[in-house]
Write a protein that binds this ligand. Structure first.
Ligand SMILES: Cc1ncc(COP(=O)(O)O)c(C=O)c1O
Length: 384
């Protein structure tokens, strides 16, 4: 049976060979704790972490690599900002396409009392009216948070318009780039983004357990975790400089070695080329899906407004039934259900049923897309 992986929005697979090699090298040949001891293994480990920070700062065009702090994933990066900015209470604005990693921390804070938030309603295809954002911001607003692309429909949100309104009102913008870092150009310094949260294991091709946050100058906040940083050890106070302020405890240096290789792969290939490849596959997939009787596709059709994440349903199949059939009979990995984003499903009107999600990466081929379409067409001819 074939083995076709179309669940890259959950995590990319496979990774470039260089990622496997970098992690293997780190584990076998380096092995020291970054920033802790003074011996050669610790120093090389520290250099490896620095190279990863530098590769990311090149990708995001950030002048100062120390403004990129490492976390274990995008969720941790998002929590860091949300909880740090709202430590003393206040109001936040989010969109109706957010992932639970934005919604849940805000909801948890709001249940404790002095935090409130507004959810801006997007249209089912991801449209958002900047005037509504302007109206939602009040004197208590301490944060605007929005996803760059929906993990359900692949819809790109109008970031520059959102950034413009947030800047006009003097409120920092937090962008959740979990689904776009590595596949869409995003430059926080140039785009007026105060915080850019990213994950390492999706389109940056790093391993799971890696991620991070860019923090713009002037927008620092209280950290979530305090402890050993390998710096200013004589003091009981957390260092106030970046990245140490936010990086207590031993980093995932094995993972960051892999993340560096993943980011270098993207830099060598070029984000524009990656996006072009994804465009070809996505258009083929969308056209093919539209020809299969009984298929409903969610999200925009124009490439400029989306990435290669495609949600759909077929006939009377539940999304989990269909995903199981594709896996068990055809060896195709897709995801079903709510994809940790009930807000997006409420926006689409699919909260009860969920969707089947096929998500592409640079590693997918035209043959795999054709195979998937062929499998789905065969299923559509059978009864649920
Ligand atoms: C839009 C979005 N935000 C945040 C996350 C959380 O990423 P992670 O699981 O790496 O923390 C995801 C993961 O699917 C996502 O799609």
């Amino acid at each position: 049976m074939a083995d076709v992986y179309l669940d890259n929005a959950a995590t990319t697979y496979p990774k470039p060979e260089s990622v496997f090699r970098a992690m293997d090298r780190f584990a076998r040949e380096v092995g020291g704790n970054p920033g802790r001891s003074g011996h050669h293994r610790a120093l090389e480990s520290g250099r490896e972490v620095l190279r990863s920070r530098e590769a990311l700062s090149l990708l995001f065009r950030v002048d100062d690599p120390s403004r990129i702090v490492f976390t274990k994933n995008a969720t941790e990066a998002l929590n860091l900002v949300i909880r740090g900015r709202l430590l003393e209470g206040g109001h936040a604005v989010i969109t109706s396409l957010e992932h639970n990693s934005v919604w849940r921390p805000l909801e948890a804070l709001s249940r404790r009392g002095n935090v409130s938030y507004t959810i801006l309603r997007c249209s089912p295809d991801g449209g958002l009216d900047p005037a509504e954002l302007r109206a939602a911001i009040n004197s208590e607003t301490r944060l605007v948070a929005c996803t760059h692309a929906s993990n359900v429909t692949g819809t790109l949100l109008p970031l520059s318009e959102i950034a413009e309104v947030a800047a006009e009102r003097g409120v920092p913008l937090l962008v959740d780039a979990a689904q776009t870092a590595g596949r869409v150009e995003i430059y926080p310094q140039e785009m007026g983004i105060a915080y850019l949260a990213f994950t390492g294991h999706k389109e940056l091709f790093g391993p799971q357990g890696t991620g991070g946050l860019y923090i713009a100058p002037g927008w620092e906040f209280e950290p979530l975790t305090y402890g050993g940083t390998g710096s200013r050890s004589e003091s009981s106070l957390q260092p106030d400089f970046l990245p140490d302020r936010y990086e207590s405890g031993t980093l995932n240096a094995h993972g960051l070695a892999g993340l560096r290789a993943g980011v270098e792969y993207i830099l060598e290939t070029g984000v524009a080329k990656i996006r072009e490849h994804e465009r070809e596959l996505t258009e083929r997939l969308l056209e093919g899906l539209a020809r299969i009787p009984g298929v409903i596709i969610y999200g925009p059709t124009e490439w400029e407004r989306r990435v290669g994440i495609i949600s759909f349903n077929l006939g009377d199949y539940t999304s989990s039934e269909l995903a199981s059939i594709l896996d068990e009979r055809y060896g195709v990995c897709v995801r079903s259900g709510l994809h940790c984003s009930p807000l997006a499903h409420r926006t689409l009107g699919t909260l009860k049923r969920g969707t089947v999600r096929a998500s592409l990466s640079r590693m997918n081929t035209e043959e795999e897309v054709e195979y998937f379409l062929h499998a789905l067409a065969e299923v559509s001819r059978q009864k649920p």
